[in-house]
Design a protein around this ligand. Structure first.
Ligand SMILES: NC(=O)c1ccc[n+]([C@@H]2O[C@H](COP(=O)([O-])OP(=O)(O)OC[C@H]3O[C@@H](n4cnc5c(N)ncnc54)[C@H](OP(=O)(O)O)[C@@H]3O)[C@@H](O)[C@H]2O)c1
Length: 269
């Protein structure tokens, strides 16, 4: 079965679909014949994307709200059911990052990242489970290379993305007597939108420096891997060579890995 056959007629709910990887996921899913619901906190960004996609009103739903607010997720699910009658796929893509050592970072910045990336994945999932059970649907958690190891200066992000592994693992077992697919992907460096921002330790939103292109996947490549993973029902996918290296090295040479990270951290300070 190809992606068109799998996604045609399905309803795909993508959190954080107003830009970046989420927007690309929505664009691809629409091209495969799916109906999509996209969310984000900023209504104007969602309206802009909807206009840009220029698809029939019947195939797209936009919803502005915060993924960390459970009531908002319940409203979102209700809107999807009222409009489409079902949800087949939930992709927990909305996420934020911050940098700064534990010593330097403001507690509220740390909390925002952890809340958004953890509760912002758990709450949409919780709201969708009864609906996904009815259609043998799928839920995907979007983690990162930072979810494979503790990264110095990125511990809030690492902690939150590592937690998704625990959540996905638990949910998979909880739903083992259903036909709901639960998966987690570890996304590698992906080309960012130029408007993407990260939190500084003080809580200012600042631009993210451009990464070297040889290390970076396009948003389309990353999004396509996620949609393929759901179709293939593969529980865990490490999308990048760097991610596979981090995982392998961490398992086989844990001391060497820790030494390299310490050395690299020292050289930056
Ligand atoms: N880009 C990478 O290299 C990379 C690598 C590994 C993993 N990832 C993961 O992939 C996912 C997407 O990353 P991206 O680079 O595409 O990010 P992005 O361009 O910053 O987009 C993030 C999306 O999430 C939404 N969002 C953020 N906080 C939200 C909240 N509290 N409630 C609702 N929506 C919220 C944003 O819209 P609003 O701002 O309007 O709310 C936006 O639509 C994230 O989970 C990220 O951690 C990315």
């Amino acid at each position: 079965m190809n992606l068109n056959t799998f996604y045609n007629g399905k309803v795909v709910l993508i959190t954080g679909g107003s830009m970046g990887i989420g927007k690309e996921l929505a664009k691809l899913a629409l091209s495969y014949g799916a109906k999509v619901a996209i969310t984000g906190r900023t209504l104007s960004k969602l309206e802009f994307v909807k206009k840009e996609f220029n698809v029939s009103e019947q195939n797209i739903l936009i919803h502005a709200g915060d993924v960390t607010d459970y009531k908002n997720n319940q409203e979102l699910v209700k809107k999807c059911i009222d409009k489409f009658g079902k949800i087949d796929v939930l992709i927990n893509n909305a996420g934020l990052s911050a940098f700064g050592s534990i010593e330097d970072i403001k507690p509220e910045v740390y909390k925002t990242v952890v809340d958004t990336n953890i509760y912002g994945s758990v709450f949409p999932t919780k709201a969708c489970i009864p609906i996904l059970k009815k259609v043998n649907g799928s839920v995907l958690f979007v983690s990162s290379i930072a979810g494979l190891t503790g990264l110095p200066d990125y511990s809030a992000y690492s902690l939150s993305k590592m937690s998704l592994r625990a959540i996905a693992h638990a949910l998979r077992i909880e739903l083992k007597n259903t036909n709901v697919f639960v998966g987690i992907c570890y996304v590698g460096f992906t080309e960012n939108e130029i408007t993407k921002k990260t939190y500084s330790p003080n809580g200012e939103l600042i631009a993210i420096p451009k990464r070297p292109s040889f290390l970076t996947a396009t948003r389309e490549q990353t999004a396509k891997k996620m949609l393929k993973q759901i179709k293939r029902k593969k529980y865990s996918v490490n999308q990048s060579i760097l991610g596979n290296l981090v995982m392998f090295q961490g398992k086989v040479f844990p001391k060497l890995t820790a030494w390299i990270m310490r050395l690299n951290y020292k050289s930056k300070k």
